[in-house]
Design a protein around this ligand. Sequence first.
Ligand code: KIV
Length: 287
Amino acid sequence: MNADAPDRHARAAQLGEMRRASRPIVMVTAYDVAGARAAEAAAVDVVLVGDSAANVVLGYATTREVSLDEMLMLTRAVRRGVRTALLVGDLPFGTYEASDAQAVATARRFVDDAGCDAVKLEGAGEMASRVRAVIAAGIPVMGHVGLLPQGARVPDELRAKGRSAQDARRIVLDAVELDRAGCFAIVIEAIAAPVAELVTQRVGVPTIGIGAGRGVNGQVLVFHDILGMADAPGPRFVRRFAEVGGAMRDGLAAFADAVRTGAFPGPEHTYGITADELDQLRALLGD
Ligand code: KIV
């Protein structure tokens, strides 16, 4: 499914209707077709192919390390599993900041080569110009303020933002700037709940929080965090809604055990051949 520009903008604008109707927006990340199908089955509103793939799928220390080609490959896989949710691709570090032309070219790859409905990028200031250029090219843009993971050179730099009045003011102004630049929604990451609520009051588009409390229009969490697939508990804002990691480890241990003890495969997992065909085969092989 690859919509044209007016369709893409209309689909993205539906999130604004949800905000006006006070219907919470549900967004999850996904990185492969199985995750995409699970998200579809849960009827989420938005699937984000986040650059958090760098950490949870590819094993890099920071999101700065994932490449455009890696993101596009994952996004194409997700596209094959997403039918109704809005599909948003996360522009990776180093692929949009340099110029408006670079941002447009990268966003086009996500739409034309990977079938996205929209893209997300981090930051305001100069990035507001990137947002305007990408929108002018017919591609809806989701903004991202507060903690900007692409700014972290090492994982220790991933800390909550906006703890002082001055920093919090900067975040509010960033969000207002992205709203004015035309973003159809804004992710707010890891800031105090009252500040996120102020942001939500001051912008006209939906806010989607991750570690931003309840005074926002929707919530997003990383797939692996929701499902408890990581060994570490994760940041304060994570709630594990399942313990899939434990189930995966148990299942794999049971498989290894069954192979080693000869309990697997059983006759029910095995293909047969008639005695006659087997005799002929032996004869053909000269046995
Ligand atoms: O990359 C990502 O997963 C994100 C979300 C956490 C918003 O940007």
